[in-house]
Design a protein around this ligand. Structure first.
Ligand SMILES: CC(C)(COP(=O)(O)OP(=O)(O)OC[C@H]1O[C@@H](n2cnc3c(N)ncnc32)[C@H](O)[C@@H]1OP(=O)(O)O)[C@@H](O)C(=O)NCCC(=O)NCCS
Length: 148
């Protein structure tokens, strides 16, 4: 599971830059060692399939908004795993509004969000950052105007 964030094809789909192994592992060690999220402000959930960890789905703050993000190991794509994980998390975590961003070309992630009632708030070209490539970015929200 630790390899997901450094996988090049996954990063291409997400429109992000692969992290160095040491940086990626240090980040996850910090998140998993911070059980109540007071330091990292991340609420992590590890996704299990066939009894193995195959990805993660996390609530985290970005631009002062609650965001959800998820990554699945490439060999498990297309089995409905992130859809199932998001369904479970939306029951467990009921604070709204909840936001998500995707690259404009990430049709699988866009589909997962739309299926769960997320709506597009904005679509804009965003410049390269230390974590992302220059790309079209879609911002989604669930639960504005009072519906979930
Ligand atoms: C995006 C990602 C999370 C999807 O995970 P997954 O477990 O394969 O997703 P699911 O199988 O639950 O659902 C994918 C949906 O997208 C659809 N889909 C997949 N590729 C598609 C495409 N190119 N165009 C349109 N729809 C597509 C699938 O048919 C499915 O929809 P359906 O249930 O209506 O048939 C996974 O590819 C991943 O981890 N990517 C790398 C990291 C990433 O992009 N994370 C999201 C950042 S916003």
């Amino acid at each position: 599971m630790y390899t997901i964030g450094i996988d090049e094809a996954s990063n291409r789909l997400a429109g992000t830059k692969p992290r160095e192994w040491a940086e990626f592992k240090a980040r996850w060690d910090a998140i998993l060692g911070d059980a109540d999220g007071t330091v990292t402000r991340v609420t992590p959930r590890i996704i299990l399939a066939d009894g193995k960890p195959v990805g993660s789905i996390n609530i985290f703050p970005q631009d002062d908004l609650d965001h959800v993000g998820y990554w699945i190991a490439r060999e498990y794509w297309g089995r409905g795993i992130s859809s199932a994980a998001l369904s479970l998390l939306l029951v467990e975590y009921q604070k709204r509004p909840l936001h998500a961003t995707t690259a404009g070309h990430n049709h699988a992630s866009i589909r997962v969000l739309i299926k769960h009632g997320f709506e597009i708030v904005s679509r804009s070209m965003t410049p390269e950052t230390d974590r992302s490539v220059a790309r079209e970015t879609l911002l989604f929200v669930l639960g504005h105007r009072g519906f979930v």
